[in-house]
Each structure stands twice: as C-alpha cells, then as structure tokens.
Design a protein around this ligand. Sequence first.
Ligand SMILES: NC(=O)c1ccc[n+]([C@@H]2O[C@H](COP(=O)([O-])OP(=O)(O)OC[C@H]3O[C@@H](n4cnc5c(N)ncnc54)[C@H](O)[C@@H]3O)[C@@H](O)[C@H]2O)c1
Length: 465
Amino acid sequence: MNTDSSAPLSNRRDFLSTSGRIIAAGSLAGLVLPKVHAAGSDEIKLALIGCGGRGTGAAGNAMVQSGAPKLVAMADVFESKLKGSYKTLKDKFDDQVDVPDDRKFIGFDGYKKAMDCLKKGDIAIFTTPLAFRWVHFTYAIEKGLHVFMEKPVTADGPSSRRMLKLGEEAAAKNLKVAVGLNSRHSRALQELHQRVQDGEIGDVMLMRGYRMQPPIGSAFTVPSMRKEGQSELLFQISRFHSFIWASGGGFSDFYIHHIDHLSWMKNAWPIKAQALGGRHYKKSPEGEPYIDQNFDSYSVEYTFEDGAKLYMDGRCMIGANSIYSSYVHGTKGMAIASKSGDTGLPSSTYHGQNPTRDKMIWTSNVPPGETESHANEWTDLIQAIHDDKPYNEIKNGVYASVTTSMGRMAAHTAQEITFDQMLNHEHVYAPDVDKLTLDSEAFLKPDADGKYPVPEPGIKKDREF
Ligand SMILES: NC(=O)c1ccc[n+]([C@@H]2O[C@H](COP(=O)([O-])OP(=O)(O)OC[C@H]3O[C@@H](n4cnc5c(N)ncnc54)[C@H](O)[C@@H]3O)[C@@H](O)[C@H]2O)c1
C-alpha cells in the first residue's frame, strides 16, 4: 500500500474494499470545488474542542500563524481543563483570545455549540481523545468548517471506515483537513523522505522504531486515581490512555508517530503484523493494583508487500533502559529518522549500516523558524486555506491509525493481523459515543474487583477485550 498521496493513481492501491463498499480515494480529481473562505473577512476564527495539553498547544501554534487567527470558542467535558487552557492562552495571546463565558461550553454537546460560533471557512480544532473524532468531524463537515484534528483518528475498524468516508465528504466540500501526524511536517523528515525516494540508501528493507520510557500520560491507572464522586464515564475519559475504546490505549497514542513516519519512508503501508507483548508489573510502586487495559511492553513486526520489515518496540517501565528514536535501513546505507523523540533533529544518512561520522552522507540543516513540526503543520494548513489548495490528511491519518491498531491487536490477541482484517473488523469499541451525556453510563464496565476487561492473548483471538 502506497503512502504518497501525490503519487499517480495508477501507482496506488486507491480503492479500498470496506465491508463490501468501495471507496474511491482519488475520485474527486478534476471536480471544480467550491471556495470556502471565512465569511466577510480574511481573519480566521478558531474553536477549540478538547482543552487539554495538546489542545492548548495546537491553539497556540494556530495563533502565531499569518493573519493572526483568533480563538473565539472553547469546549471540554471538564470545567477545570477549560479554565486552565483559557488562562494559559489568554495570558500568552491576549486579544487574539476572545472567549467570553457564553462561548465556553462544558459537556458532550459542547462541540456543537463551539462550532456554532464559527462561520464557514473557519477552523475547528479537535484535541479530545480519539473516540470522539468522527462525531466532531461529522458536524464540522455539516457546518463547512476546516479542521485540525489530533492523531490517532481511530482505534477500531468501523470508525476507520467511517472516517475514510467523512474524509471524502470533506474533500468534496473543499474543506481543508489536517491530522496531527506532525512527522510529515518535519522539514528534516521531508528532506529525508525525498532522499530515500531518490535511492540515497538503496532499497528500504528494514525500519526500527523505539519508544521505551517510564510510564507516561494516563496509561497506568490505579483505583485511587478516581476523584471523589466522579462518574464511571468521566473517570475513564480522564484516564483515556488506559482505555482502548477512548484512545487505542498507550500503544496507539504513543507509537503512531514512528509507525507513520517509518511507513512513509518506505512509501507504503505494511500489509500484516505479528507481535509480542505483556504486562510484567501488575502493581504500582506504591502497591496498588493496575486496573487499565494496557501492556507495559510491546514488540511488533510489521511486514510490507515486498517482504521488508518494520519493527516497533514500545515499553513503559520505570528503571528500564530508555530509547526513543527511529531508523531506516536500505541495501546501500541507513538513515537516522528521528534522533530522539518523535521528530528529533537532526535526521541523517550514512553509507553502510553503521551511523558513524566518517560514513555520513547528509545531515539535516533546518532553517530557524521551521524546526518545530507542530508549528509547521499549522503553517502548511493556513497556507493551503489562503491559497485554496486541496489539503486533506484524513486518508493518511486513517491508514496510520489502522496500521498502528493492527500492531496493537496482533499483540493483544497473539495472532497475525492483516491491514484488511483490522480495517474491516466489526468490533465497535465505543458504541453510541455520539449520544453520550454527562449522566450516561460507561459502556465499559469494571468487574467486582474494579478491574476492566484486558486482552488475553491466545484466549481472546478475534477481539482485544
Ligand atoms: N501530535 C502530538 O504530538 C500529540 C501530543 C500530545 C497529544 N496528542 C493527541 O491529542 C489528543 C489529546 O491529548 P492530550 O495529551 O491533550 O490529552 P488531555 O487529557 O490533556 O486533553 C484532552 C482534553 O479533551 C477533553 N475531552 C475529553 N472528551 C471530550 C469531549 N467528548 N468533548 C470535549 N472535550 C473532551 C478532556 O477533558 C481534556 O481536557 C490525543 O488524541 C493525543 O494523542 C498529540
């Protein structure tokens, strides 16, 4: 499967069989698309839905772009999160933040109210856990809004198929849609991609991604983390990395960047995965039982159509060796893609398979002002809106999410999982997520000991939990 959306159709497997339905990803070529500008002015307005760490960061990245976009509405399910984000942004951007109390919305329907404050051609920012992406995206398309949504965009087959279809609808309405796979906007990785395509390291045969670190985010949950009086549903949302329905678990949330940018270097998507994984530590250092759905160690072997491999190793463990970087090996040489972190500079290429200075062919030299891929992805989106150029990262975002999910599912079931199996899988992880209210019951229930259903590799073979 080819990852380069600019490649000619004849070179791409652009037609996906999704539960008997055929989606033609390139079927919009040649159509005259309607212009979508913010009505009455060139000033772009923003609504932020999901006011946590990344949402606050993304809104900040947006507001430093040309035209000085203004934040006019915010929505979250937790008032404290919205308040904190508002204060941070107001302190920093002052008159670019125009969000009076009657444009601050709390609750699961807040996304609609926030987007109702925008005009066609403005931008909605989706930075909630992924379970809500398709719900929010559906409404943005209805309202004629451009979108920036964070990765991953799906965790299961049904929402992946739904998002592909929504991506087509957005493109037909000439809406610009950015997905927060920021590796694709790293200027160093863009140049490396070009060099790899030009054959600098030969044919790509092997790629390696490592994200091995102490526990992060909300991936490891113990009972005492529940706030007094907090509902089951809001508890799970507040600990979203712990729950596969909400986030795809730590695996999807943390490892998708390497899986995405390494697949991009190969210019293809893996066709299948087999994997190892397990949970070694069952109690926190304080002795409380972990009740989340994650493993603490994962090792996935992805296979491409030509037999090339991508290995993704992930570990969340205190005291273990930390490695967080990615590599590409070809028949003539190798590359360091991310030196450290998801997109750490510099990227570099080498003759042979050892990255030593005397064998170096190239090292990236990114101009100041373009070193931050989270800022670049906004520069690229705003530029596309100003130039009215087609801009739609949904298909790539869904493929990256499905590829990540197939690795996770391979580990969780101890079965080989193909891309087509994952995409066409029928298990709905977050049923009726569009109908939730603050009083709704959680669809995932804990057992009598307060523990949630966990993967049982080899026992549960065709579903993760
Ligand atoms: N691209 C990147 O480098 C990067 C980095 C961090 C996070 N992310 C992504 O951003 C997303 C959010 O992550 P985060 O770290 O900011 O988490 P966070 O918990 O800090 O923020 C998420 C926010 O969404 C709110 N929320 C949850 N459900 C909601 C709903 N239905 N409606 C409105 N608000 C809702 C939460 O209350 C919270 O304030 C995740 O998908 C994550 O993978 C991407």
